[in-house]
Design a protein around this ligand. Structure first.
Ligand code: DAH
Length: 344
């Protein structure tokens, strides 16, 4: 081939290769062009062989052109390859796109039930005053639930608490008071105990009545415990719960296991005693039955009433939680509705 022909061939090859590179749609297509043009047996190698037949001066010139063509094609291949890689990266980024501002799907942290919140606060308060926290079984004996609390079988007070009866002298406890008996028998005097827990009544359910609810029992047995002591502890309890000063009053109340027995009222926190719908215009809210422990109850607990006496109280934990958080339907507390529970 003559020098001019070689040059012509070189130029055709170069433009053809560049055109091919631009048109290539895959890495494989690029590789095929590379092998065809730049490979050991490729077109450029072929021309390089032909060059040997040229005169030395022409050879140098065509050699330069050949190197230039080689470089141009190499560069075109490289930059087309980079384009492919960028496109692949973009496709991947689009597919694997992550929105870091989305809320996570990790499990939500749980929260305490409103009754549990109030219960824990009262426990802390009483623990700080030397009381022990006890628990008793929800399935109780008829004896602990009634007889040992000075409520004999034929006593009308048994009818005040509609009971779920079980077989063999057992029942679902109607109050936490039987834990008084267990506490006295287990620890003896002097004794300071509270007993929070679930209780059951065979009752029609409505916004303010449940068959299942929570109470918190308290008992202190010591020498010469007085109504003044009882009032002091009850005031401390209520101020701890409501986080402010409270005014209390005692009214006589009948419970077979205390003598004297009281209904402790708290001056209405909403109206300050002036009268409002919450206190039914009376200025007072009934909150806490209590009294001095009946001697018979101490005896059933193995304690000599000549040497020891004490006070006891039964706090409606569920009702208290409702007051504290402004819950107007008792059924919400047992309903298991997470939309309700997540508010606490
Ligand atoms: N156990 C009583 C009830 O459920 C509440 C009660 C009243 C408990 C007076 C007491 C008390 O300890 O002294 O109705």
């Amino acid at each position: 081939m003559s020098e001019a022909n070689l040059e012509q061939t070189l130029e055709t090859l170069r433009t053809g290769a560049l055109h091919g590179v631009r048109a290539a749609q895959t890495l494989e297509a690029l590789e095929a062009i590379r092998v065809d043009v730049l490979g050991r047996k490729g077109s450029l190698a072929q021309i390089s062989k032909e060059m040997g037949k040229l005169a030395p001066a022409d050879r140098a010139r065509v050699g330069k052109l050949l190197n230039l063509a080689k470089q141009t094609v190499e560069q075109a291949l490289e930059s087309r390859k980079a384009e492919f890689e960028l496109a692949a990266l973009n496709t991947r980024l689009n597919a694997e796109w992550v929105d870091l501002t989305l809320p996570s799907t990790a499990p939500r942290p749980g929260s305490l039930h409103p009754v549990t919140i109030v219960q824990k606060e009262i426990e802390d308060l009483f623990i700080s005053m030397g009381f022990t926290v006890l628990s008793g079984p929800e399935v109780e004996t008829e004896f602990n639930n009634f007889d040992a609390l000075n409520i004999p079988p034929d006593h009308p007070a048994r009818d005040m608490q509609d009971t779920f009866w079980l077989e063999g002298g057992h029942l679902l406890r109607t109050h936490t008071s039987p834990v008084q008996v267990r506490g006295m028998l287990k620890f003896g005097p002097p004794l300071r105990m509270i007993a929070p827990g679930r209780v059951f009544r065979n009752e029609e359910v409505d916004p303010s009545h449940e068959h299942t609810f929570y109470q918190l029992e308290g008992m202190m047995v010591d020498r010469e415990v007085s109504v003044a002591n009882l009032t002091y502890f009850m005031k401390t309890l209520l101020e701890g719960i409501f986080h402010r000063d409270v005014t209390v009053r005692l009214r006589p109340g009948y419970f077979p296991f205390v003598e004297p027995g009281f209904e402790l009222d708290i001056q209405c926190l909403l109206c300050g005693g002036k009268g409002c719908p919450v206190c039914k215009q009376s200025g007072w809210v009934e909150l806490l039955p209590c009294g001095l422990v009946h001697p018979n109850v101490l005896r059933f607990g193995g304690i000599d009433p000549e040497k020891w006496n004490g006070f006891a109280f039964g706090l409606g934990l569920t009702r208290l939680a409702m007051m504290r958080f402004g819950i107007d339907d008792i059924r919400l507390l047992q309903g298991g509705d997470l939309r309700f529970l997540r508010q606490f």
